[in-house]
Design a protein around this ligand. Structure first.
Ligand code: F6P
Length: 372
């Protein structure tokens, strides 16, 4: 068999570990087969504009530990519903065939797609159009049901836990309450793990609606015990009982149209008149995805990258790499995303925290409250 040409892209938001997957994929592919690799820039957009760079041992050297993606990210470039300008007007069009033609012209045999739900839905749809696709799941939120752990999650948990520690010292000095807003959309994984590791006093996750009174009770309890400061860790998508999630913005043109934001501020405002402390909000934001990838995520990413190379070698296309029972495995993209219409994700929903699960009980037994 001749030399294989493999294209890679990173779609959706960035997650620490993308570079580590690219690094390991390039090396594993070279060790397993005669091949060359290219990387499309800005996710699917690069496939449409034919904008790519060579990925070889040199160009991928020194990226293993770095967050972000050397191929850049975009969460707006769905080629099956792409915004183009025609006669001075913006219109939506399916431009997937143009991208496929570009791939053919370049002699690309295999497309490896690193991304979340939206990116992988397009991957499934390109597979349906006859492209040899391998998917690799990515999100710091760890909310994809088809794999046990996604890379990026451990890094985010480390960053959040570290920051909760930092906030303790300043909160203690001022006798303040600090409400810390944590990423995760409608899944409380980062908040729960980091909240336990970073000794939060209150953990608020979307899976367990909270009451303001529950938070006040904890603050008062701590005051009475001689600990006049409190750290409240809240997932951006958390909901008050009989309330709804706080939406920062609705973004056009994005698969994640809802941008969460503002819950910490809202809680701080509600709390302050009810307690004898100053209450401050702190939004960790994109700090949670920035900087270096944790060693555990580097290892996990190397496993994802190596397994992707094995699937290419064995021509097991149309699959996504996943972690199952602690081992790397493969699952059909159709099974991950459902067999619905093109562009439609008909499967599942997010993997969320079990409100009665072990980790919630562990947190409770440590004296952490969910204010429920
Ligand atoms: O899904 C990952 C994530 O980091 C969420 O936790 C967060 O809500 C979202 O992405 C932020 O996306 P963006 O970078 O587009 O603001």
């Amino acid at each position: 068999m001749g030399k294989k040409k493999i294209a890679v892209l990173t779609g959706g938001g960035d997650a620490p570990g993308l570079n580590a997957v690219i690094y390991s994929l390039v090396r594993a592919c070279h060790s397993m087969m005669d091949c060359e690799l290219i990387g499309y820039k800005f996710g699917y957009r690069g496939m449409y504009t034919n904008d790519f760079r060579t990925l070889d041992l040199n160009s991928t050297s020194g990226i293993l530990h770095k967050g972000g993606s050397m191929l850049y990210n975009s969460n707006k470039d769905n080629l099956f519903n792409y915004t183009v300008e025609e006669n001075g007007k913006k219109v939506k069009k399916d431009v997937s065939d143009i991208a496929i033609q570009n791939m053919k012209n370049e002699g690309v045999d295999v497309l490896v797609v690193l991304g979340g739900d939206g990116t992988l839905t397009s991957a499934r749809d390109f597979a349906r159009k006859g492209i040899n696709v391998i998917g690799v799941p990515k999100t710091i939120d760890n909310d994809l049901p088809a794999t046990e752990t996604t890379f990026g999650f451990d890094t985010a948990v480390n960053i959040v836990a570290d920051n909760l520690g930092r906030l303790h010292t300043t909160a203690e000095s001022h006798h303040r309450v600090i409400v810390v807003e944590i990423m995760g959309r409608s899944a409380g994984w980062i908040c729960l793990h980091a909240g336990i590791a970073g000794s939060a006093d209150v953990i608020l996750i979307p899976e367990i609606p909270y009451t303001i009174q529950g938070i006040v009770d904890k603050i008062n309890q701590r005051d009475a015990a001689g600990r006049p400061f409190t750290i409240v860790a809240v997932t951006e998508g958390a909901v008050e009982k009989e309330g709804s999630a706080v939406i920062g913005k609705v973004v056009e043109d994005s698969p994640d149209a809802i941008r969460f934001g503002g819950v910490a501020d809202q809680i701080a405002h509600k709390l302050e008149p009810l307690v004898r402390h100053e209450v401050r909000a702190c939004v960790l934001g994109h700090i949670q995805r920035g900087g270096d990838t944790s060693p555990a995520d580097r290892v996990l990413s190397a496993r994802y990258g190596t397994k992707a190379a094995e699937l290419i070698r064995d021509r097991l296309f149309g699959n996504m790499v996943c972690l199952k029972d602690g081992h790397m495995d493969a699952i059909s993209l159709e099974d991950v995303l459902g067999r619905g219409e093109m562009g439609e994700t008909s499967k599942g929903g997010a993997k969320t925290v079990d409100p009665n699960g072990e980790l919630v009980n562990v947190a409770r037994s440590l004296g952490i409250t969910f204010a429920d």
